[in-house]
Design a protein around this ligand. Structure first.
Ligand SMILES: NC(=O)c1ccc[n+]([C@@H]2O[C@H](COP(=O)([O-])OP(=O)(O)OC[C@H]3O[C@@H](n4cnc5c(N)ncnc54)[C@H](O)[C@@H]3O)[C@@H](O)[C@H]2O)c1
Length: 251
């Protein structure tokens, strides 16, 4: 029970990798807040059946007021914030297209959710973590930002931004004993990706071919790295980006 008495916010926890992370942190004792733009109450209910504490808060991470409300509800319900996992993103729903066909509105929306969203969430929890002189922030980036990937330039750019934010914020927050790290999944068979047939056809076999461990990746493969970086074992690790992709990328 590594996270006993601790409180974790996981954004985008209604499905996929975010849900798996929330379930793991709860199973190790954390009270979890599931912050998602869609209703995550069924997931919270399921977690509560295990005896853990869980709260779903409808949140748009790209909306400053919505994020502030989510963090306020977290503190009201559970009294503190120890862990923030910035997982929410426009991800499995991306439509692949050549970069010339990406509209300015699509580009802006992607950066608003995938890069500004984590910024707003970190800014909102930093106050509480600084007061506690303790905190763990884990950003979910993407192997596409290491390797490049065609037909999703707005997404890759947003994840590249999140990687560089990880390093810079580690340097700003470290003096208050707040660590900032990132986990960079390879192509992972979340429910969303399984439903996106174009993604499956383009990436599933191609991803396996690049891996030292040549098999599919699943949401459950990602959670151990996140839990480690959120734990006290990782108190002297900050600004790092850990690829969890079956050994596809070395950096
Ligand atoms: N699945 C992969 O292959 C893969 C690979 C690399 C990185 N990632 C990253 O892992 C994370 C999860 O991936 P996934 O496949 O589970 O994604 P997904 O698309 O299945 O789920 C994303 C979740 O984020 C939520 N969300 C979207 N916009 C939001 C907003 N504005 N505010 C709050 N919540 C919002 C969605 O409702 C959903 O619950 C993402 O950050 C993604 O970029 C995934």
């Amino acid at each position: 029970m590594r996270f006993d008495q601790q409180v974790a916010i996981v954004t985008g926890a209604q499905t996929g990798i975010g849900r798996a992370i929330a379930e793991r942190l709860a199973s190790e004792g954390a009270a979890v807040v599931l912050a998602d733009v869609v209703d995550a109450e069924p997931v919270a209910e399921q977690i509560r059946t295990t005896g853990a504490r869980a709260l779903a808060v409808r949140t748009d991470v790209s909306d400053e007021a919505s994020v502030a409300n989510m963090v306020e509800q977290t503190v009201q319900a559970f009294g503190r914030v120890d862990i923030l996992v910035n997982n929410a993103a426009i991800a499995a729903t991306i439509e692949l297209r050549p970069f010339e066909q990406i509209s300015v509105a699509e580009w802006r929306r992607m950066q608003d959710v995938n890069a500004m969203g984590p910024f707003l969430c970190i800014r909102a929890v930093a106050l509480h973590m600084r007061a506690q002189q303790q905190g763990r922030i884990v950003n979910i980036t993407s192997g596409t930002a290491f390797k490049g990937a065609p037909f999703m330039l707005e997404y890759v750019a947003s994840k590249g931004a999140l990687m560089t934010m990880t390093r810079s914020l580690a340097r700003e927050l470290g003096k208050d004993f707040i660590t900032v790290n990132a986990v960079s999944p390879g192509y992972t068979l979340s429910e969303g990706n399984l439903a996106n047939k174009e993604f499956l056809a383009t990436y599933r076999e191609a991803a396996i071919q690049t891996r030292a461990v040549p098999r599919d990746g699943w949401p459950v493969d990602i959670v151990g790295a996140v839990a480690f970086l959120a734990s006290s074992d990782a108190s002297f690790i900050s600004g790092q980006i850990l690829a969890v992709d079956g050994g596809s990328v070395y950096h």
